[in-house]
Design a protein around this ligand. Structure first.
Ligand code: NOJ
Length: 534
């Protein structure tokens, strides 16, 4: 595990520890449970797992509200369990990154308790306080369904405190050098334990300035560069992954000159993949990719189809958002904030062809892909559960009681779908040994992707093949050239290949060679990954 640029062509897998595997029968998934399932993840071809927050927390935001940065919540196990997981993961050639929540703490964190106890507390300045709620009025509210304001009144000390998320998540004050120092110490603690890096939560919001929208400010970048140089100096090879839900031109500065984040999520491509599948047109995807600026050689985008949050529609126009809601959230309760709280398989009508096609796009577009746990088996969701819990239901390992997730009473209901889509049918045990399963298709895609440097590279060229329903592009790295074709429509489509691409190729799934003529016909929702033979 020596290559410091490992993340550039790695396949990531996001895990809600609570929902993955319960090793001790208390109903909560835990770190030992993840350790038990490393063989499964290795079999799938995962290179790096991202575990959602495991810190002690009152769970007002499923662990993104941290009450103690230096330990593991008892529900998940202990620091020793984490050390064991890291060691065992490394033995499986799997790296492991965790959430680093810089922007805010829980209101139960001792710093905030002290801060709100008295205006003269040494911790007062750890948070952002104000006499008026008319400061920073140009700042948008993120949790629009629940939060009327970014300010909440504190009765005892008679001031407002600032929070970009729930009122139970006060923002730390990054203008305070002590806060900056504290968070470097937090990072050091987990890096010393052996963690391979961080998915840094909500980084655009660290600093507030009057007259701005309080996002992506220069001072925020100054701090993030400090964090990076600290990591480079002491922990080379460990990574920082940026969660900035922004347009590509606004994420670009988070890569700096290759001296800030190693990786950044590409948020706006995600909803456009769903648009493409519904419209049977690739133009929206092509447009956002064309709008994506180049990034430094040592950086990489991170792409995903779904994650633990609502499918965010922040990075689309108002008109597109309304359209997406209409198409993908037919019931009002499927909406949450500016998004849709459903999982991949139900969003795509549990249609195997569409699910595979979406994955074909995920695995062939520039960037390192992240799979959200359970999506590799087409797991469903449960919209009866509140907030985002419906997409965080227990992993479905087999058809035994509680899906092989727990011997106790599970912390949550399972995905609720039509009966034939329940865990009795959609589960890992059913799929790992079935060569025709979704799991096996995804596993094949991963294996092929990992054999070809072209996928981890940055080059991508769209080809006009005379048909707006078929996304055709070239991915290339040195001598490795791929021609990728995705038919986004529900009909059979014909394309016309420009002369320079009428050549011999190896079909990477079928395993045979094929010389392409001028016209080529693709079945509905089909995809081809072709390696150019010379
Ligand atoms: C982004 C996380 O993905 C989300 O789950 C969380 O609610 C907010 N940040 C606040 O930490």
């Amino acid at each position: 595990m020596k290559n410091n640029l490992w993340y550039k062509d790695a396949v990531f897998y996001e895990i809600s520890v609570r929902a993955f595997k319960d090793s001790n029968g208390d109903g909560n998934g835990d770190l030992r449970g993840v350790t038990q399932k490393l063989d499964y993840l290795q079999n799938l071809g995962v290179d790096c797992i991202w575990i959602m927050p495991i810190y002690p927390s009152p769970l007002k935001d499923d662990g993104y509200d941290i009450a103690d940065y230096y330990s593991v919540d008892k529900a998940f196990g202990s620091l020793d369990d984490l050390k064991e997981l890291i060691c065992a993961a490394h033995e499986h050639d799997i790296r492991i990154v965790m959430d680093l929540v810089l922007n805010h703490t829980s209101d139960e964190h001792p710093w905030f308790q002290a801060s709100r106890s008295d205006r003269n507390s040494p911790y007062r300045d750890y948070y952002v306080w104000s006499d008026t709620d008319q400061k920073y009025t140009d700042t948008r509210i993120i949790f629009v369904d629940t939060e009327p304001s970014n300010w909440t009144w504190d009765e005892k000390t008679g001031q407002y405190y600032w929070h970009r998320f729930y009122a139970s998540q006060p923002d730390l004050n990054f203008d305070n050098p002590k806060v900056q120092e504290e968070m470097l110490n937090v990072a050091r603690f987990w890096l010393d334990l052996g963690i391979d890096g961080f998915r840094a939560d909500a980084v655009p919001y660290l600093i507030e300035r009057e007259g701005t929208n309080c996002e992506n400010l220069p001072e925020t970048h100054v701090y993030l560069k400090k964090l990076r140089s600290f990591m480079d100096e002491h922990y080379p090879g460990r990574i920082l992954l940026c969660e900035a839900n922004q347009y590509p031109e606004d994420v670009r500065p988070y890569f700096g000159d290759g001296d800030e984040f190693h990786m950044g999520f590409h948020f706006p491509i995600m909803p456009r993949i769903y648009m493409a599948l519904k419209k049977g047109r690739y133009e929206d995807m092509a447009e956002i990719m064309r709008r994506t600026p180049p990034i430094p050689e040592n950086c990489q985008w991170c792409t995903f189809l779904r994650n633990h949050d609502e499918l965010t529609l922040e990075m689309v126009t108002e008109e597109e958002r309304q359209w997406m809601w209409k198409q993908y959230a037919p019931e009002p309760r499927m909406k949450l904030n500016l998004g849709i709280r459903r999982r991949l398989a139900p969003l795509l009508d549990n249609d195997r062809r569409k699910i595979e096609l979406a994955n074909s796009l995920l695995f062939t577009l520039p960037g390192s892909p992240i799979i959200y746990y359970g999506d590799e088996i087409g797991m469903g969701d449960n919209i009866d559960l509140p907030d985002r819990n419906g997409v965080r239901t227990p992993m479905q390992w087999d058809d035994s009681l509680n899906a092989g997730f727990s011997n106790g009473k599970p912390f949550s209901e399972f995905a609720r779908e039509r009966e034939e889509l329940g865990y009795q049918f959609i589960n890992v045990a059913n799929q790992v040994n079935d060569p025709d399963s979704l799991f096996r298709s995804i596993k094949r895609m991963i294996a092929i992707r990992k054999k070809h440097a072209a996928f981890g590279g940055s080059s991508m060229e769209w080809i006009d093949a005379g048909n707006p329903a078929v996304a055709v592009y070239i991915r290339q790295y040195h001598n490795d050239t791929m021609l990728i074709l995705n038919n986004l429509s529900a009909s059979t489509e014909t394309i016309i290949l420009p002369a320079e691409y009428q050549k011999a190729y190896l079909d990477l799934f079928a395993g045979h060679t094929q010389t392409l003529a001028e016209t080529l016909t693709l079945p509905p929702y089909s995809y081809l990954w072709l390696q150019m033979l010379k």
